[in-house]
Design a protein around this ligand. Structure first.
Ligand SMILES: *Cc1c(COP(=O)(O)O)cnc(C)c1O
Length: 356
């Protein structure tokens, strides 16, 4: 007897035999903490992104914090970031003692709205954290013209382009995450990338506390392990496969959902989308997002709000209409290379049935 089919999860890592062999080899080597594989992973990611070097750390959040420390951002400084993002960038800014300046997003791309950034700048602004959300680059050209150092947050977006430039090559620093269900999986992990050797050197020094000439209260352990790096190296080698499978799933969703009235992800002129997330907006006001999420879940399909809660709502700030609207109407469908065609059909079917 066959029971009900297993649920289609919202996100899953894509792992196989190659990853198993790589981990087995690390264990057999006896060198499991930070070692030669971390260095090889740093070179692989730097080369993928087209940057001089990278400093691997324990998470994307640790990478954001390290990026701010490397730039010397601290007490009294201000850092601009969008409301519509996870809490990690806010947390990093607070941990270094700086003040987060939260601004609204561009409703079509979900990325920082350059027009909203401008009035938030002050003489104390030291950096802008620029998350490229869901696989789509932010408007790097407009943000760059503001003349403030950019920290590109590529936790969700690799190998996408803006006016022919790869994301991750434009900001003074770039930050990645290799959390289990990100574009590349290392279980947990992050990296800070840069072209300036002095910034990279500073990042390396702040990654670990041990064997220093003096005790430094700002030192810490932010290291990645060779176990994680071994997974990451295999995943970097599979990125072409990952990008094309995600594009194929996005195409299938688009073809099925457009006739049903769903608002599909926008791809502004001059940008490419790598579909880390497939985020659509409700086709009408006749259904509430929470009700719809419940109905598809009853049909064995897990969709999610792409952002748990916009930052301005945590902080009780008013005046973020685009982030409010995205939070009320946007939902993220399952999309990952391991998703099968059969599961894609089940997602589409569940969405069809769940609409009133
Ligand atoms: C996941 C994510 C982070 C944090 O990365 P962790 O590895 O989970 O700490 C930061 N920024 C964005 C945009 C993310 O999606």
């Amino acid at each position: 007897m066959s029971g009900p089919a297993a649920p289609v999860f919202h996100s899953r890592p894509t792992l196989g035999d190659e990853e198993v062999s790589a981990l087995t080899a690390v264990i057999a080597s006896g060198q499991v903490a930070q070692g030669p594989r971390v260095e090889a992973f740093e070179r692989a990611v730097a080369s993928l992104l087209g940057r001089r070097g990278g400093v691997a750390v324990s998470s994307g959040t640790a990478a954001l914090e390290l990026a701010l420390l490397v730039l010397g951002v601290g007490t009294g400084d201000e850092v601009v970031l969008p409301s519509y993002v996870c809490a990690a960038p806010w947390l990093a800014v607070r941990r270094v003692g700086a003040v987060p300046r939260i601004v609204d997003i561009d409703p079509a791309s979900y990325a920082l709205d350059p027009a909203a950034v401008k009035p938030a700048l002050s003489p104390r602004t030291r950096a802008i954290i620029v998350p490229h959300l869901f696989g789509l680059p932010a408007d790097l050209t407009a943000l760059q013209s503001l003349g403030v150092p950019l920290i590109e947050d590529c936790a969700q977006t690799l190998c996408a382009t803006e006016r022919g430039r790869q994301v991750g090559t434009v900001g003074v620093l770039t930050v990645c995450s290799f959390y289990a269900t990100k574009f590349l999986c290392a279980g947990e992990g992050g990296m800070v990338l840069a072209d300036d050797p002095a910034l990279l050197e500073k990042g390396r020094a702040l990654r670990e506390y041990d064997e220093r000439p003096a005790l430094r209260p700002d030192a810490f352990n932010r290291k990645m392990t060779d176990l994680q790096a071994a997974l990451g190296i295999i995943q970097v080698g599979r990125i072409g496969e990952f990008v094309s499978r995600r594009a194929a799933i996005a195409q299938a969703y688009g073809a099925a959902l457009a006739p049903m009235g769903w608002h599909l992800p926008a791809v502004p002129a001059g940008r490419t989308h790598v579909y880390y997330r497939y985020v659509v907006r409700l086709p009408s006001d006749a259904v509430r997002l929470d009700d719809l999420l419940r109905r598809v879940e009853q049909r064995g399909v897990h969709c999610r709000r792409p952002v748990f809660r916009p930052l301005h709502q945590y902080m009780d700030l008013a005046g973020y209409p685009a982030s409010e609207e995205a939070h009320a109407r946007a939902l993220s469908l399952p999309i990952y290379p391991a998703l099968t065609d059969e599961q894609v059909r089940r997602v589409i079917h569940a969405l069809q049935e769940a609409l009133p």
